[in-house]
Design a binder for this molecule. Structure first.
Ligand code: FA5
Length: 348
């Protein structure tokens, strides 16, 4: 056999083997093709190799080289066919495992926290009454949390044990804590009334705002208290504002949030920043709840922000958002809001 004949035989072997492996539709057909071409005893590659002996001596290196290449090609074609059949098998198996009669996987949708939902609803109600939202910082200085609200240095509300000051030093003596940018001790705000001051410092009357956000007090957690909770502050300043306006707004708010069957009651109270002051209660479905404090803004507060109390008057209120939400939904323990138990949260 001369070299060209040997090489031609190799080429046709390679082409035929690839075609046979490529055409094999299942493992049995592929195995038959493997035996035909790669069989160790009588495979066609083996018989072709025998022809190598008949090639002239000087042509042997070229013939041997090409033989080895073709052998690798045929083996690679076999492996490729094997992989193709394996992946087809896997897909078929998957298809067999899919049972269309089984119920589908449940889709879990996230939802807003009940307090966030309440905040959005309260904002909507107050927007209808003409109040726009305002914000203030949760880390406050003593001036905005106390002084401007007519709470002087010796007032018990400033007791370091009743507030979260931002340094240990401040706990011994208010006024020597960590200094804010204006050189004042800082604390986590204990009420949203701070925002009244921040808004009035920047705005001239008329003012009609609400502010909803977190406040912090070192209260022990129980069914109705939590050391972090939310308040909604309201402030309205204009000419000739009276207590009747305050009562109407709180009544309208209460009926919008709970329904026409709610009764609102005002009890005399005291806050340093309002005069007169009231505590507002709601009666709904046979129970009373205290929902917040309110009153006519004290002239000292108006003066502190540069308003003339002879010309302007106004009212303010501060309501506990958790307490409102609890009453509405019949929640008996405020701690439920912050346990992060999805069984509770997913009900809202
Ligand atoms: C105040 O915080 C006043 N700033 C309210 C105010 C604003 C009066 C404007 C006058 C003018 P008080 O400390 O009572 O008031 O708190 C208001 C409401 O917050 C309470 O009625 C209650 O609903 C809620 N609250 C108070 N402490 C807690 C607590 N630890 N956990 C949950 N809710 C609380």
């Amino acid at each position: 056999m001369n070299l060209p004949q040997f090489l031609a035989e190799l080429e046709s072997l390679s082409t035929e083997a690839s075609a046979s492996f490529g055409a094999a539709a299942d493992a049995a057909a592929l195995e038959a093709a493997r035996i035909e071409f790669l069989g160790a005893a009588n495979g066609r590659l083996k018989s072709t190799q025998k022809g190598l002996g008949a090639v002239a001596k000087e042509d042997k290196p070229a013939a041997g080289k090409r033989f080895n290449q073709v052998k690798s090609e045929i083996e690679a074609a076999f492996v490729a066919a094997q992989e193709r059949l394996n992946s087809v098998g896997a897909t078929k198996k998957e298809a067999r495992q899919f049972d269309p009669t089984l119920p589908g996987d449940r889709l879990w949708l996230g939802r807003l926290h009940p307090i966030t939902q309440t905040i959005e609803e309260l904002k909507d109600i107050m927007a209808r009454l003409g109040f726009s939202p305002a914000d203030g910082p949760e880390i406050e200085d003593e001036y905005h949390n106390f002084e401007a609200l007519n709470i002087p240095a010796e007032h018990p509300a400033r007791d370091p044990l009743d507030n979260f000051y931002l340094s240990a030093a401040a706990k011994q003596e208010p006024g020597v804590g960590r200094q804010g940018s204006a050189g004042r001790p800082l604390l986590l705000r204990s009420q949203t009334s701070t925002v009244q001051i921040r808004v009035m410092e920047k705005t001239q009357p008329p003012v009609r705002i609400i502010s909803l956000g977190r406040v912090y007090r070192p209260d022990a957690a129980d069914a109705t208290h939590y050391p972090m909770f939310h308040q909604m502050e309201g402030l309205l300043i204009d000419r000739q504002v009276t207590m009747a306006d305050l009562k109407s707004v709180l009544r309208m708010f209460a009926t919008s949030y709970l329904g026409e069957d709610v009764h609102v009651r005002f009890r005399p109270s005291f806050f340093p920043f309002t005069e007169p002051s009231v505590e507002a209660d709601m009666h709904w479905h046979d129970r009373w709840i205290e929902f917040g404090g309110a009153g006519m803004v004290d002239p000292n507060v108006l003066r502190a922000v540069g308003y003339d109390p002879e010309v302007f008057s106004g009212f303010a209120f501060g309501l506990g958002i958790e307490r409102l939400c609890m009453r509405r939904h019949g929640i008996t323990d405020i701690r439920e809001f912050y346990r992060n138990d999805v069984r509770f949260l997913s009900q809202f």
